[in-house]
Ligand binder design. Structure first.
Ligand code: AMP
Length: 285
């Protein structure tokens, strides 16, 4: 399988290949990523192969979604390993645009997503979701897939993209894929490789705290005291600062007092120098 993933650095040949696949009746599935691939990304590729004939994985560390003090320059980049993993996973094509290809001189358009981008990561990362919405729109317009897959790991991102695609009548179906976790509950993330041994031992507490909160919310508990308790538990475990710990409606992302319908508990917290995010579903009994 190792020679099967076609590699594209330029848009024109990628488009020709995709057009040929589409003309042959293949359903095209796009998986946008920033590389440093792990099993969570590969689960998206496996899902793409299960629901379509052609899985195209984009790898692009998008500068416009990083803030000035964030980790853009040190974000892990390992293209050769990524390509080997994609070949093993049976991806049909890797789309590797350069920053110049995505943002040539004169590039001047940005998409401003609506309420789904407010609060949570939208507050602590100003401009982040505008960068995400713009790059994802470009990737979808470049590849013109039938379906694009996004992980629930980045739950607010998934809802922002759903709203952009709906509002702009984009001819693509957006599908969310459940979060893949390590055996101890830690959500797989490219940033986990920043964690030292001590931090790695603490990191699973993030999911454990969310899971306990979700269980109590599902049984009718009020959100506010659980949020206070959860924040204290995270700080006691060694996290800090906790940027947010919130309970939101799963569809609208509006704040929730008590979970009367499906909700999500979402968190962003630093562990040493590493910022981790996670979320879990609340399904009322
Ligand atoms: P990233 O490379 O971090 O931009 O992620 C690319 C895609 O993979 C996004 O749609 C993420 O939500 C998704 N993803 C990242 N980690 C996981 C995971 N642990 N499980 C499922 N999907 C994930």
């Amino acid at each position: 399988m190792s020679d099967k993933t076609l590699r594209f650095d330029r848009l024109e040949p990628l488009r020709e290949q995709v057009d040929a696949w589409r003309a042959g009746g293949d359903r095209i599935v796009l998986v946008p990523t920033m590389g440093a691939l792990h099993s969570g990304h590969l689960a998206l590729v496996a899902h793409a192969k299960a629901i379509g004939q052609r899985a195209i994985v984009s790898i692009f560390v998008n500068p416009t979604q990083f803030g000035p003090n964030e980790d853009f320059s040190r974000y892990p980049r390992d293209t050769e390993t990524d390509l080997a993993l994609l070949a093993q996973a049976g991806a049909d094509a890797a789309w590797l645009p350069s920053v110049e290809t995505m943002y040539p001189t004169g590039f001047s358009t940005r998409i401003e997503p609506g309420p789904a981008a407010e609060g949570l990561c939208g507050t602590v990362r100003p401009g982040h979701f505008s960068g995400v919405a713009t790059v994802v729109t470009k990737l979808i317009n470049q590849v013109r897939p039938d379906i694009a897959l996004f992980g629930e790991k980045d739950f607010q991102q998934l809802q922002v993209i759903r709203s952009v695609v709906r509002d702009l009548d984009m001819a693509v179906t957006i599908e969310g894929v459940p979060t893949l976790r390590e055996a101890d509950g830690l959500a797989l993330s490219s940033r986990n490789r920043y964690l030292g041994a001590r931090e790695r031992a603490i990191a699973p507490r993030l999911h454990a705290v969310l899971a306990e909160m979700a269980e109590r919310l599902a049984r009718g508990a009020e959100a506010a005291p659980l949020i206070a308790e959860g924040t204290t538990a995270l700080e006691a475990a060694g996290f800090g600062p906790v940027q947010y710990l919130e309970v939101r409606d799963a569809q609208t992302l509006a704040p929730v007092v008590r979970a009367e319908r499906e909700a999500r508990v979402l968190v962003a917290a630093y562990l040493g120098a590493t910022r981790l995010i996670d979320n879990v579903a609340v399904v009322p009994a």
